[in-house]
Design a protein around this ligand. Structure first.
Ligand code: DAH
Length: 357
């Protein structure tokens, strides 16, 4: 009974004092609230002002406050609620203002530089070769990279036991021994000759594949340009004229050429062409191995066998052909020491060609 009286008399009083203390603490706490975005403000609103929030809980407790203290506690409770609402409103306002400021573009800021791509050095060189030969009347021709043995080897007069047919040099398509990746663009010669009649004057740039270990000086794919001219009375002098024109257009008017006898199955006679080293001007340097000359292409008169294999009458027509590696020409023009750079797409390498034509 005593206990009961104690409880009845003291509990509300304790609640009233405890509430006042709690309200004071909350006022301090709420005044110090901070939020860096609208989401955080909303969490604070829920914590303090929602139905299940701290202040509403206090409102529920308020019912237990003795009547004579209701006025004092009620006033403080109202003050707390107003402070909380004002605080949340002002936090919300500044968070929204901050977000808007962050979203708004700053029109005074310097523009980001727009990164421009550059032409690939192999394309620069390829386009230049095409443009030089097109001035001589050559037109573009094309053929597949996945080719058959006939177009790459047989029609080009390769003997059955020629080493280039070996698996060591050529990529074969598994289960199709007749299908290979072309090892040279000469295959386009027969592609064109079998469907057209002379005069034929074509230039065919393209990618070729060889089974080589990749190093700074060899790759399993690279690029070539092939040229073929077939007509009545085409002579070696015509070839030489075209070669000199090409060399001087490509490397400058002082460039000299030199033809060395060579062998290719598809040309007879065959030659390899050197140009005077455009790096040392023929004086001798590491690039030309101190000879003053660098080899740049293979060429010759189209072997009559090739004409016949491609259904062109070799008694009526003659022709010349030539083929060169684009990487080799690009090396000479830009002195690129590592062949792998051409296919790795390193932007730092490519950027160095920003101002090349
Ligand atoms: N096909 C030869 C090679 O890949 C290059 C070549 C040499 C092409 C002589 C020709 C030519 O048209 O006449 O090495």
């Amino acid at each position: 009974m005593v206990l009961h009286i104690f409880f009845v008399n003291f509990a509300p009083l304790k609640t009233a004092q405890a509430m006042i203390d709690k309200i004071e603490k909350l006022i301090v706490e709420i005044n110090g609230l901070q939020a860096s975005n609208v989401g955080e403000v909303e969490s604070l609103r829920i914590k303090y002002l929602s139905k299940k929030g701290i202040i509403n809980d206090l409102m529920a407790d308020f019912r237990n406050v003795p009547a004579n203290q209701k006025r004092e506690v009620g006033q403080r409770l109202n003050t707390l609620k107003t402070i909380a609402q004002d605080k949340i409103n002002s936090l919300k306002e500044s968070a929204e203002a901050g977000n808007i400021a962050a979203d708004k573009p700053d029109l005074t800021r310097t523009a980001y530089p727009i990164p421009l791509g550059t032409r690939h050095p192999l394309n620069i060189v390829k386009n230049e070769i095409i443009s030089i030969f097109s001035r001589l009347g050559f037109v573009l021709a094309d053929g597949p990279e996945v080719e058959d043995d006939w177009h790459v080897f047989s029609s080009m007069n390769f003997a059955d036991d020629h080493p280039a047919r070996d698996m060591q040099d050529t990529f074969f398509v598994e289960a199709h021994p007749d299908i290979i990746l072309r090892t040279h663009t000469s295959s386009v010669q027969s592609r064109v000759m079998e469907v057209s009649k002379p005069p034929i004057r074509i230039i065919c740039p393209g990618r070729v594949y060889r089974n080589e270990a990749i190093s700074y000086r060899a790759h399993c794919f690279f690029h070539q340009v092939e040229a073929l001219y077939v007509d009545k009375n085409v002579s070696f002098a015509d070839l030489k004229q075209a070669l000199l024109y090409f060399a001087q257009q490509m490397f400058g008017p002082d460039t000299k050429i030199r033809l060395r006898p060579s062998y290719f199955p598809f040309t007879e006679p065959s030659a390899e062409m050197d140009i005077s080293c455009n790096i040392c001007g023929g004086e001798g340097c590491a690039f030309c191995k101190h000879t003053g000359w660098v080899e740049i292409l293979g060429c010759g008169m189209v072997d009559p066998n090739v004409l016949e294999l491609c259904k062109i009458d070799s008694k009526e027509y003659t022709g010349y052909a030539l083929g060169m590696g684009i990487e080799r020409i690009a090396n000479l023009k830009y002195q690129i020491k590592d062949l792998r750079l051409f296919s790795e797409n390193d932007v730092r390498f490519l950027k160095t060609f920003e101002h090349a034509n």
